[in-house]
Design a protein around this ligand. Structure first.
Ligand code: C2O
Ligand code: CU
Ligand code: CU
Length: 532
């Protein structure tokens, strides 16, 4: 269909107009009905990629607190340049928390405060966001609440170099060298992650390595007979392309990440790499016994969507039993044959390897990928072991979730996530407005319940800070099976209208909501709400 972007904008957004949206932004998607699977363009590595399933899966180390007192656990993380052998024989420069990619995992108890001192030894400003955290606004990692490099660089960073209104410094704040983030963590057990959130540069800075897990545990979850310890494994999925010498390849307009942000025009719909990394390693393998394992799967890719599947499937039953989502455990488990996962979503699943004979190699596939991106990792069922876990039919108390009904909602607010023109450039916008850090777009009242409606042109994974929500409907129909439970990111498909409901409680203050395709986010598909 030959509709240009401009025509598309003129036509406006047609709710449920499935025929319109896939006409652009799908060049990396395989043909044959999967055209709207991912929005983005493929960037190819210039070095040879390794053979898959040769390297064993690493699990990021759990960070020790520097001290614990009666009120909180205190951590220190230094963001710095590091080296990693991601491709055999080559050293990749990473920008990582503690210099590693992924960063170290933080483990916290629900209701016990965690304080993280982030120290910036990188050459650029950073802001650190705890994704999925119910966090006071001052510690939420607002995009313009920046930690400047500890060591002053020749160029000082001013808001003038950024998007937004250059005459308006309102909404910017700067910390020299470090900032203490205060996380009360008054929330249930869940798989959170922390990542960079610097205005205009989140895409390239996460791509260079600034992402890690933060897992919250609680008593309710501990009492369940789910797989534990070595069998409770976080998996961070992301795609990357590699340049000369094994460097991360990213199409920044200004690769120093010092001046203006943005990517080359061809990649504005999203950067897709041709290598799939799990916990920072390309297509790893993991040896397992013939028992159940729990995998906390996070899609930390900038733009890539996956549809996860197992190959071979065991003859009996569905491959994945989902036990949790973005906001923690489900009320009861949900079996899936395949699971679509958009950027920033978390899917917590149990896989039962007892259904395979010892010796079987089971591949985790990506049904939305082609060639190198069609596979993710592999499990080798190498030994027998006594089963100690089960998946109970009742997982968690969801009474607060069930109580969240449409009749409680005071407002329905509508947001259109589309491409738009801004100063003669194509950018991404919400209700035709580009991000301005000082503009408050909506003001939900503390404790009030609202329905938010997201409509799209192409695919946009929509994320709200602070407020966890329930997905009510997609194009007026039932949500997808994977939309179940508490969510903070919803995978809005092309030409869809998705309705979610949330109670805005926790804290007053200014928070962002945005598309979690990081190229869209950097190209201004973000807005503020202030809880009043
Ligand atoms: Cu995962 Cu505003 O971010
Ligand atoms: Cu977030
Ligand atoms: Cu988007």
């Amino acid at each position: 269909m030959a509709i240009t972007r401009k025509d598309f904008l003129k036509l406006g957004l047609v709710a449920g107009g499935a025929g319109l949206a896939p006409s652009f932004g799908a060049s990396a998607s395989p043909p044959g009905g999967r055209g709207n699977a991912t929005t983005g363009n493929l960037l190819r590595s210039v070095v040879r990629l390794p053979k898959p399933f040769r390297v064993s899966l690493p699990v990021p180390a759990v960070l020790e607190p520097v001290r614990s007192d009666a009120d909180a656990d205190h951590y220190e993380i230094t963001q710095k340049v590091g080296k990693a052998e991601i491709l055999p024989g080559l050293q990749t420069e990473v920008w990582g928390y503690e210099g590693s990619f992924p960063g170290p995992t933080i483990e916290s108890r629900s209701g016990r405060a965690t304080i993280v001192r982030q120290i910036n030894e990188l050459p650029v400003p950073v802001s650190t966001h705890l994704h999925g955290g119910r966090t006071p606004a001052s510690s939420d990692g607002f995009p313009t609440d920046l930690i400047l490099p500890r060591h002053r660089s020749s160029e000082e960073h001013s808001p003038h170099a950024h998007h937004g209104n250059p005459d308006n410094k309102a909404g910017w704040s700067f910390h020299r060298g470090s900032k203490d983030y205060f996380y009360p963590l008054e929330q249930r057990a869940a798989t959170l992650w922390y990542h960079d959130h610097r205005m205009d540069f989140t895409g390239p800075q996460v791509y260079r390595g600034l992402a890690g897990f933060h897992i919250i545990r609680d008593d309710e979850e501990d009492e369940l007979p789910l797989p534990k310890e070595k069998k409770d494994v976080p998996l961070m999925l992301c795609d990357r392309a590699f340049g000369e010498g094994g460097s991360f390849l990213y199409p920044s307009l200004y690769p120093s990440l010092q001046g203006k942000g943005g990517v080359k025009e061809h990649y504005m719909e999203g950067v897709l790499g041709d290598a799939i990394l799990v916990n920072g390693v390309p297509w790893p393998f993991m040896e397992v016994s013939n028992t159940r394992y729990r995998f906390r799967i996070l899609n930390a890719s900038n733009a890539r969507r996956y549809r996860l599947a197992l190959e071979p499937e065991a003859p009996d039953g569905l491959p994945f039993v989902q036990v949790g989502s973005d906001g923690g455990l489900l009320g009861s488990p949900i079996p899936h044959r395949t699971i679509p996962i958009a950027p920033a979503e978390r899917i917590d699943v149990v896989i039962d390897f007892s259904r395979y004979p010892v010796g079987t190699k089971v591949t985790l596939k990506n049904r939305l990928g082609l060639g190198t991106t069609s596979r993710v990792m592999r499990f080798h069922v190498v030994r027998k072991e006594k089963e100690e876990s089960t998946v109970p039919r009742r997982l968690s108390d969801m009474s607060a979730f069930q109580a969240l009904g449409e009749s409680n909602a005071r407002f329905t607010r509508k947001f259109r996530f589309t491409q738009a023109a801004h100063n003669g450039h194509e950018v991404w916008a919400i209700n035709n407005k580009v991000f301005d850090p000082s503009r408050i777009n909506v003001r939900p009242k503390l404790g009030s319940t609202e329905i938010w409606e997201f409509a799209t042109d192409v695919h946009h994974p929509v994320h709200l800070h602070l407020a966890h929500f329930k997905v009510l409907s997609r194009n007026g129909r039932r949500p997808l099976p994977k939309d179940a439970g508490w969510k903070d990111t919803v995978d809005v498909l092309p030409g869809q209208v998705v309705r979610v409901i949330s109670r805005f409680d926790g804290y007053r203050g200014k928070y962002v909501f945005h598309c979690h395709n990081l190229e869209h986010e950097d190209m201004m598909m973000m807005a503020n709400f202030r809880v009043v």
